[in-house]
Design a protein around this ligand. Structure first.
Ligand SMILES: Nc1nc2c(ncn2[C@@H]2O[C@H](COP(=O)(O)OP(=O)(O)OP(=O)(O)O)[C@@H](O)[C@H]2O)c(=O)[nH]1
Length: 730
């Protein structure tokens, strides 16, 4: 596969003479249509005269560009804001593809999974590498659908900067908030791109306000749109006071003219731009002392004399400090505004050395990514993004270092730094990447292989998929022995099912999709238990007394306490067994067999006959905790989701009426251009299959985003209905 891909990147003739399997062949041909032969990188180029264009000066400079000229960036946004379309334009203008891919036609580079092309959505982050005006840009296109939040989180960890894309007619939407918070957590400097300026209802002012209000960010307006919606034809560069107009006859947006704004030809636009530039200078000066000094000392009389480069450098610093975000605009679909966006990436987003990471990785085989194509490279300097293959024990979220001793040193430093509380950016944090936060799965269903003999193949496929995607959980149902898939949403599970079929050739059967409920107890209860068993000539005897009581933690990990009467010595040898017994008991509550949350378990007494195995101690403790949980008053908790529905005014009433029937609790209805945005909570159990219902109710005009808010207690009537249904009574 690897050599095929390397060859594909070099020459058409080479490929046709190489024996490769059908799938690879197909991928190779598809990519050849669009890849310029001179662009991708490989080792053997020098032996292929004529295939490499003159643009490549030296292989070394391409593989290892100076670190200051590297930009590792991600693209993030709400679903359908236009990430993939923008990425396609970026690849086209940077010379890496020969034609413009279209999500609506299903032929984009970054959405390369079959499911992505069929559904027109991004699921996996795709990495692409290209050059722009002497800079190396490693770009990652991340999914917008909330089911794939983890995928976004795991790529944010390796980024030095990000472009947040917004639909200019919608402003900040639900998922944008989530990814923005994730980027805050990882301290990622950002620039905003207000896309879809050509769309009816697009409003630069509205979108900027929503960035200010909802994201609590300070927007730096580096551009102003020329026209809006149908009349959108270009942008003004506020920093340089130039207008950029795209040729209406050009169908790929390559041709555009950049002209200084003149009093004679554009008096109004010039006035507006000068005001915007002055405001920008004041805003930046407020945030950056060095720039403030410069402005006060040399340019306070006339801001017009301030060179654009000085302003750009200050904006770069402010962006890096994350005290404000540059805002640009355009229309990816109509091919306007992408080239200046690329310029802004190189000018305002930081290089890896400015982000001050230290990587220590040593890997035997390195590949440069180009979506689903990879090119092997001999080496790489710090700050680049590359892929490695064949790692057997590494999963998403792990940090790879050069040796065991450096890992130990980093861990020791982390421990020491951990003691000095609340110190940010400590050395250990720079060495070890922050782990990804794995969200709790809210849905599950059983999965079965086509025959018992295929069970090992299914287990293998699930193991591989889990290493790639830790938000997918797999467990064995202890009662039925069936394999259970737990995922982030209906779409997540559907895609996993589809991938098992396509990538592992296994036709599996899914059971009905079920909501992942939880349980809790409402009062404190005590229970005792005795386990007395003789195995061979050994007697195992344990007596246990525990108390289970409700507490507030919102966690399924029980709090474990020990009464003072428990002897230190006994605890030393059996603590692990006791805690494993408690944890396993709390995994399966007495009502539905769901995990028990918000509970503390106190061990009051424990006596163990000499020679009793730790397994028996664990089993007795587990049984005793289960007894206590059973005796208590119990409560089922159900996942409550944050819901945001964007719907055209005319369809608001049917959507609200439908939500009322789904136990929806509406918090707010906002107006966004011609649309209404309904914000509220709804129990997950009542919103299953909602996309189909919403499509029917609104003739396909509405969109929605769903995210776990919390687990809430069910009322007794709903709880009884659920329990009866589960026990087959109704
Ligand atoms: N009018 C208009 N439509 C656009 C623009 N950019 C993208 N679209 C359309 O918006 C839809 C979504 O575009 P995508 O590029 O797939 O958006 P995405 O953000 O990658 O979507 P996910 O991968 O599902 O998160 C498609 O139908 C595009 O044709 C634009 O600038 N203007």
């Amino acid at each position: 596969m690897l050599s095929n891909l390397r060859i594909c990147a070099v020459s058409h003739q080479t490929i046709s003479s190489v024996h490769i399997n059908n799938i690879c062949c197909y991928k190779v041909r598809a990519s050849l249509k669009r890849l310029k032969p001179h662009v991708p990188l490989g080792r053997n180029y020098s032996s292929l005269p004529g295939l490499i264009g003159n643009d490549i000066k030296s292989l070394h400079s391409i593989i290892n560009p100076p670190i200051a000229k590297i930009r590792n960036i991600g693209i993030m946004a709400h679903i359908d804001a236009g990430k993939t379309t923008t990425t396609e334009r970026i690849l086209y203008y940077s010379g890496y593809t020969r034609s413009l891919g279209d999500v609506d036609d299903g032929d984009t580079v970054t959405d390369f999974m079959a499911q992505e092309r069929e559904r027109g959505i991004t699921i996996q982050s795709a990495a692409v590498t290209f050059d722009w005006k002497g800079y190396r840009v490693n770009l990652i296109d991340t999914p917008g659908h909330v089911d794939f939040t983890l995928e976004v989180e795991r790529c944010l960890r390796v980024l030095d900067g990000a472009v947040a894309i917004f639909d200019a007619s919608a402003g900040v939407e639900a998922q944008t908030l989530t990814v923005w918070r994730q980027a805050d957590k990882h301290n990622i400097p950002r620039i905003c791109f207000l896309n879809k300026m050509d769309k009816t209802g697009a409003s630069f002012k509205y979108a900027v306000e929503s960035i200010r209000e909802k994201l609590k960010a300070k927007p730096l307006l580096l551009q102003l749109p020329i026209g809006e919606a149908k009349t959108f034809k270009g942008v003004v560069d506020v920093v340089t006071k130039e207008k950029l107009l795209w040729n209406s006859n050009s169908n790929d947006g390559r041709d555009f003219e950049r002209k200084p704004l003149l009093e004679m030809s554009d008096p109004e636009l010039l006035k507006e731009t000068t005001e915007a530039r002055n405001a920008l200078i004041e805003q930046v000066a407020d945030l950056d002392d060095e720039f403030a000094d410069l402005v006060l000392e040399e340019f306070s009389e006339n801001f017009d004399l301030l060179p654009a480069e000085k302003l750009q450098t200050a904006i770069h610093r402010v962006t890096l400090a994350q005290t404000a975000v540059p805002v640009l605009c355009g229309s990816a679909l109509k091919n306007k505004g992408i080239q200046p966006l690329l310029d802004a990436v190189t000018v305002y987003l930081p290089s890896p050395e400015e982000r001050n990471y230290e990587f220590l990785e040593r890997i035997s085989r390195l590949l440069l990514p180009f979506a689903d194509q990879h090119v092997e490279i001999p080496s790489l300097t710090a700050g680049n993004i590359a892929l490695t293959v064949g790692l057997k024990h590494t999963a998403t979220g792990d940090t790879i270092v050069s040796s065991k001793s450096s890992a130990l040193a980093a861990a020791r430093r982390a421990e020491r730094e951990g003691e000095k509380k609340h110190r940010q950016n400590n050395e250990a944090e720079r060495v070890l990447l922050a782990g990804v936060e794995i969200p709790e799965p809210v849905f599950f269903c059983t999965i079965e292989p086509p025959s018992v003999s295929k069970q090992p193949d299914l287990e293998h496929a699930l193991k591989c998929l889990q290493r790639e995607d830790p938000s997918l959980k797999v467990r064995l149902d202890p009662d039925s022995g069936q394999t259970v898939l737990c995922g982030m949403g209906e779409l997540h599970i559907e895609i996993i099912h589809d991938r098992i079929k396509r990538e592992y050739g296994l036709e599996t059967y899914l059971g009905p999709l079920q909501v992942a409920y939880r349980e809790t107890i409402l009062n404190s209860v005590r229970a005792t238990d005795i386990l007395d068993r003789t195995l061979g000539d050994k007697r195992h005897l344990v007596t246990v007394e525990v108390e289970a009581r409700p507490i507030e933690t919102s966690s399924v990990t029980p709090v474990i306490e020990y009464a003072e009467s428990i002897s230190e010595g006994l605890l030393k040898v059996s603590k692990e067994a006791i805690e494993s017994g408690i944890h396993s008991a709390c995994l399966q509550g007495p009502l539905l067999g769901s995990p028990v949350q918000d509970v503390a378990i106190t061990l009051y007494s424990l006596t163990v006959h000499p020679g009793t195995s730790t397994t028996m101690i664990s089993a007795c403790v587990s049984r005793c905790v289960q007894k206590a949980l059973k005796k208590a008053d119990k409560q089922v908790l159900e996942p409550l989701m944050n819901l945001e529905v964007t719907v055209a005014r005319d369809y608001l009433s049917p959507v609200l009426a439908d939500l009322a029937q789904r136990r929806g609790n509406i918090q707010e209805i906002q107006t966004r251009q011609d649309n209404k945005v309904v914000i509220g909570f709804v129990p997950l159990a009542d919103i299953m299959g909602y996309s189909t219902v919403l499509r029917t109710l609104t003739s396909g005009s509405a969109t929605f985003a769903l995210e776990l808010s919390t687990y809430q207690a069910m009322n007794s009537q709903d709880q009884n209905t659920l329990l009866n249904r589960r026990s087959g009574l109704t």
